[in-house]
Design a protein around this ligand. Structure first.
Ligand code: PXL
Length: 282
C-alpha cells in the first residue's frame, strides 16, 4: 500500500453485457463496455462468441462460439460477485443481451436469466451475422424469439430485426410505429425500434413504445451509411441509463443523444465502414 492509499469505496451502478467480441473494437462487447464507462457505469462482460471480420472475404464475419460451460462459468462468477444475495453494495440488476449466435448459447443464457433477479433485461436482438449458414441463422432467430424475447423488459430492434420480429414491412414512420406496437404486444417489453438510415428523409427516426407512451425520436441524419457499433452502443446506453435508475423513455432519449454524438465523431479505419466513437459527447 502506498501512503496516499485511501480505504473509501465507490459504488457506481453496475451493468452486465452478455455479448460477443468484435475484434476491430467497433461493435459487440467492446462497444458496450466503452459505452458503460462513458456513462459512469461499472461494466461487466460475459463473452458468448468471438467475431473476426475477414478482410479477404468482403469483411464477412468469422464466428467462433465460446464453449457453453465457459459461458455458464462466467455467468456464475458474475452472479456470485454482484448478483442479488452476493452482498455487493451495488447489486447487479441490469443486463444487456447482445449477440448470442447459436441456439445452445440462447438456452444457456435463458436459463441464467430466468434464475437471476434482473430488473432490467435489455435485448438487442442481433438476428443475422454475415457469413453464417442461413439454416443456422434461422434456428438462432427462432430460439431468440421463443426463449429470450419473453424475458426482455426493453428491446432495441433495427429496421431488419423489427420487420422480422413483427412480420410487418417497414417503409416509413407509420409502419415503424406499427412494428414497435406489435413487438411490444409480443414481448411486453418497452420497444425502441430504429429506422436509422434505412427510412427515407433527412432525419434518423426511432420509435419508442411501452404500452402507454408512444414517442418518435428524431435527429438529423449524419450521412447515409450505417456506422459500426451504433446499434450496440444505443442499446448499451439504454442499459447504462436504466442501471442508474432512469425510466425507459428517459433512457431512450439519452441513448439517442449519446449515439448521435458518437456518429458525428466516428472513427475511420482500413475497414470499409466507420466506427462510432463513444467519446463523442465529450
Ligand atoms: O452490430 C451487431 C454485432 C453485435 N455483436 C458482435 C458483432 C456485431 C456486428 O458485427 O460482431 C459481436
Amino acid at each position: 500500500m502506498t501512503s496516499n492509499a485511501v480505504d473509501t469505496q465507490t459504488t457506481p451502478a453496475v451493468a452486465l453485457t452478455i455479448a460477443g467480441s468484435e475484434a476491430t473494437g467497433g461493435a459487440g462487447a467492446q462497444a458496450d463496455l466503452k459505452t458503460f464507462q462513458e456513462l459512469g457505469v461499472f461494466g461487466i462482460v460475459n463473452l458468448t462468441c468471438i467475431v473476426s471480420f475477414d478482410p479477404k472475404d468482403n469483411w464477412n464475419h468469422r464466428f467462433v462460439p465460446v464453449d457453453q460451460q465457459v459461458i455458464a462459468d462466467q455467468l456464475e462468477a458474475t452472479t456470485a460477485a454482484y448478483g442479488a444475495g452476493s452482498g455487493a453494495p451495488s447489486v447487479l440488476d441490469t443486463v444487456k443481451i447482445g449477440m448470442l449466435g447459436s441456439p445452445d448459447t440462447i438456452s444457456t443464457v435463458a436459463t441464467a436469466l430466468s434464475e437471476g433477479a434482473f430488473r432490467n433485461v435489455v435485448l438487442d436482438p442481433v438476428l443475422i451475422c454475415k457469413g453464417q449458414e442461413p439454416g443456422h441463422a434461422l434456428d438462432t432467430d427462432q430460439a431468440l424469439k421463443a426463449q429470450i424475447l419473453p424475458l426482455a423488459t426493453f428491446v432495441t430492434p433495427n429496421h431488419f430485426e423489427a420487420e422480422s420480429l413483427s412480420g410487418l414491412e417497414i417503409t416509413d414512420v407509420e409502419s415503424l410505429t406499427a412494428a414497435a406496437v406489435r413487438i411490444h404486444e409480443l414481448s411486453g417489453a418497452a420497444v425502441l425500434a430504429k429506422g436509422g438510415v434505412r427510412l427515407a428523409g433527412p432525419d434518423a427516426i426511432d420509435v419508442f413504445y411501452d404500452g402507454e407512451t408512444l414517442e418518435v425520436l428524431s435527429a438529423p441524419k449524419v450521412g447515409d451509411v450505417a456506422v459500426s457499433g451504433a446499434g450496440c452502443s444505443l442499446a448499451a446506453a439504454v442499459t447504462a441509463e436504466l442501471a442508474k435508475g432512469a425510466a425507459p423513455l428517459e433512457a431512450a432519449r439519452a441513448a439517442k443523444d449519446f449515439v448521435t454524438a458518437g456518429i458525428r465523431n466516428r472513427v475511420a479505419s482500413g475497414a470499409p465502414f466507420d466506427a462510432l466513437w463513444q467519446g463523442g459527447p465529450r
